[in-house]
Design a protein around this ligand. Structure first.
Ligand SMILES: [Zn+2]
Length: 165
C-alpha cells in the first residue's frame, strides 16, 4: 500500500502529497491512507481528520455504501470525495468540493457515462461525469487491478488548510 500511494496515485489537486499508511500514523501527518477498517482503527487511536477524505475507486471495485459513508462521517466528520482510478492507478476523475459530478482527469475516456459541459460551481473548467452509474460500471473490467481487502482505499487529509479552493 505504501508503494501504491507514494509512487503511483497523484491527486490532480495535490500532486505532491504523500500519505502515511494508517497503521503507522501518529503525530502530525499530511495525509493518511488505508482501508475503511484501518481508518476506523486509526480514529480509535486518536487520528483526526481536519479537511477531507478521498475515497479511491478502482475499476471493478465496489463503491462505498451509504452505511460505510455514515461510518466514516461518524468517526471523522469531514466531507468525503471520490477519486476514480484506472487499473494503473491513474486518475480518471475526481470529485471537487461542489460534489456535482467528477471532473475528468487527463487519462479519462468519456465514451461511457453522462457528461455535463456546463460550468462547475467550484469554478474549475472542463466537462464532468455526472452519471453516478459510471462509477460502478463504465470504467470497470479492464487492465490489471489492485484492490484493498475491502475493495476501497481511502486517503485522509489531516493537515488544516491542505484542501483549498
Ligand atoms: Zn467542481
Amino acid at each position: 500500500m505504501r508503494l501504491l500511494f507514494r509512487s503511483r496515485i497523484r491527486h490532480p489537486l495535490y500532486p505532491g502529497l504523500t500519505a502515511t499508511p494508517a497503521g503507522e500514523a501518529q503525530g502530525p501527518c499530511t495525509a493518511v491512507a488505508g482501508t475503511l477498517p484501518e481508518l476506523v482503527q486509526a480514529a480509535a487511536r486518536g487520528v483526526r481528520a481536519r479537511r477531507a477524505i478521498f475515497a479511491l475507486h478502482h475499476p471493478g471495485a465496489a463503491v462505498l455504501t451509504e452505511t460505510e459513508r455514515d461510518a466514516l462521517w461518524q468517526v471523522y466528520q469531514v466531507p468525503l470525495y471520490v477519486l476514480l482510478l484506472d487499473g494503473g492507478g491513474r486518475v480518471l476523475g475526481y470529485e471537487c468540493e461542489a460534489q456535482e459530478g467528477l471532473h475528468l482527469g487527463p487519462h479519462a475516456r468519456a465514451e461511457n457515462g453522462v457528461l455535463e459541459a456546463g460550468p462547475c460551481p467550484c469554478g474549475r473548467p472542463g466537462p464532468r461525469l455526472v452519471d453516478g452509474g459510471g462509477l460502478r460500471g463504465a470504467y470497470g473490467g479492464h487492465g490489471t487491478r489492485e484492490k484493498s481487502p475491502s475493495g476501497h482505499l481511502l486517503l485522509l487529509f489531516q493537515r488544516a488548510g491542505i484542501f483549498v479552493k
